[in-house]
Design a binder for this molecule. Structure first.
Ligand code: P6P
Length: 334
C-alpha cells in the first residue's frame, strides 16, 4: 500500500468525496497533533512525573489520574484557538467547554475521552484517546449541553489513538476506517491500513468475566455457549481477551475480529452499563459499523440512541456482526 501522510489522505478524500471541508480537515489534524503530544507524555511514564493520581475526581466520581488531566488540557489547548470549533465536551469535565470569546468560533463540536483505560496507565498497559465530531446546530449562538445531544448517526468523524507498542490513529469520516502509525522520527502520521474490515465471524470475545454472577440471563446464556466450546451449541472453541482499555480491545477486534461486551448488570440495576454513550460508545460504534461490524446496547443500534444527558452510560455489544446479532437476539427473545 502506498504510504501517505494523514494530511495527504485528508486532502485526497476531500478531492474525491468532498466529505472533509477545510475546517473539518483542520480539526482532525489538530486532534491528531494533540494525540502525538499525549503519546509523548504517556511515554515518559515515571520519568515525567506524570503517573499516579491527581487529588481530584471527575464527573463520574472516579479518581483522576494525573495523565487524565494532562491529556484533557492538551486537547483543550490544542483546539481552542483554531476557529474550527464552537465547543468541546470531555469525560473529565462536568459541563461543556465553550470556545473562549477571544477566539473565533467554528461549526463543529468535539467530544473526547482524553485518556481511556486510566487504570492501566501506572502498569504500562495500552491506553488511548477517543474522539467524536458533531456539527453545531444551524443558528446556534451560545452552545449548550442540549446542542451536543445528537444521536451517533450525526457524527461527521470519529476516531481514537491507541498508545501501545506503536502509537496508532484510527479514523473514519464516513468513508471507511483507516489507520495511521506515528513515525516518531519524522513526527508524522503515516497511513498503514486502508478500509479496515472486521470479519463477520470470530472465535474471540472480550468481557470482564469477574462480573459473571451479576449478568442478566441473555449474557449468561451467550457467554455460556462460547465457554461450552467444541462440544457445545457453537461447535467451536473460543478465546477470551480483556485488556480493560476499550481502545485496545476495539483495536484488536478491528484487526482480527471479535466481540466486545460491557453489559448492564445487577450490581446497579438502574445503571444501563459502565461506558459513556457520547464519547466512548458512539465514536467506537461508528468506527465498527464503517468497518462492517455491528454495535448495539443489547436491544437497539447504539448509533440510533437519542441522548438525554452528556455523560449518560450505555450497555455495549460491538464487533463481528454475526456475534453481535446473536447476543442482541438473545436479549430481544427474552
Ligand atoms: P472494568 C476503562 O476504565 C473503561 O472505561 C474502558 O476503557 C474499559 O473497557 C472498561 O472501563 C474496563 O472496565 O470494569 O473491566 O475495569
Amino acid at each position: 500500500m502506498k504510504r501517505i501522510s494523514l494530511t495527504q489522505y485528508l486532502i485526497e478524500e476531500q478531492r474525491l468525496n468532498n466529505s472533509i471541508p477545510a475546517e473539518l480537515r483542520l480539526l482532525i489534524e489538530v486532534v491528531a497533533r494533540a494525540c502525538k503530544t499525549i503519546s509523548h507524555a504517556v511515554g515518559k511514564g515515571a520519568l515525567g512525573d506524570v503517573l499516579g493520581t491527581a487529588e481530584s475526581e471527575n464527573i463520574q466520581g472516579e479518581i483522576q489520574k494525573k495523565l487524565d488531566i494532562i491529556s484533557n488540557e492538551i486537547l483543550l489547548q490544542a483546539n481552542e484557538w483554531g476557529g474550527h470549533l464552537a465547543a468541546m465536551a470531555s469525560e473529565e469535565m462536568e459541563t461543556i467547554h465553550p470556545i473562549p470569546n477571544r477566539y473565533p468560533k467554528g461549526e463543529y463540536m468535539l467530544l473526547f475521552d482524553p485518556l481511556d483505560g486510566s487504570s492501566n496507565i501506572d502498569v504500562n498497559v495500552s491506553i488511548g484517546t477517543i474522539f467524536s465530531v458533531l456539527k453545531a446546530p444551524d443558528g446556534m449562538a451560545t452552545p449548550t449541553e442540549e446542542d451536543f445531544l445528537q444521536p451517533g448517526t450525526k457524527q461527521v468523524a470519529a476516531g481514537y489513538a491507541v498508545y501501545g507498542p506503536q502509537t496508532v490513529l484510527v479514523l473514519t469520516t464516513g468513508n471507511g476506517v483507516h489507520s495511521f502509525t506515528l513515525d516518531r522520527e519524522m513526527g508524522s502520521w503515516v497511513m498503514t491500513q486502508r478500509n479496515m474490515q472486521i470479519p463477520a465471524e470470530t472465535a474471540e470475545y472480550a468481557i470482564n468475566a469477574s462480573n459473571a454472577r451479576y449478568w442478566y440471563p441473555p449474557v449468561t446464556r451467550y457467554i455460556g455457549e462460547l465457554e461450552a466450546g467444541k462440544t457445545g451449541p457453537r461447535s467451536k472453541n473460543f478465546n477470551m481477551r480483556w485488556v480493560a482499555s476499550m481502545v485496545a480491545d476495539v483495536h484488536r477486534i478491528l484487526n482480527r475480529g471479535g466481540i466486545f461486551m460491557y453489559p448492564a448488570d445487577q450490581r446497579e440495576p438502574d445503571k444501563p452499563g459502565k461506558l459513556r454513550l457520547m464519547y466512548e460508545a458512539n465514536p467506537m460504534s461508528l468506527i465498527i459499523e464503517q468497518a462492517g461490524g455491528a454495535a448495539t446496547d443489547g436491544k437497539q443500534r447504539i448509533l440510533d440512541i437519542q441522548p438525554t444527558t452528556l455523560h449518560q452510560r450505555v450497555a455495549v455489544f460491538l464487533g463481528s456482526r454475526n456475534e453481535v446479532e446473536m447476543v442482541t437476539r438473545y436479549h430481544t427473545e427474552e
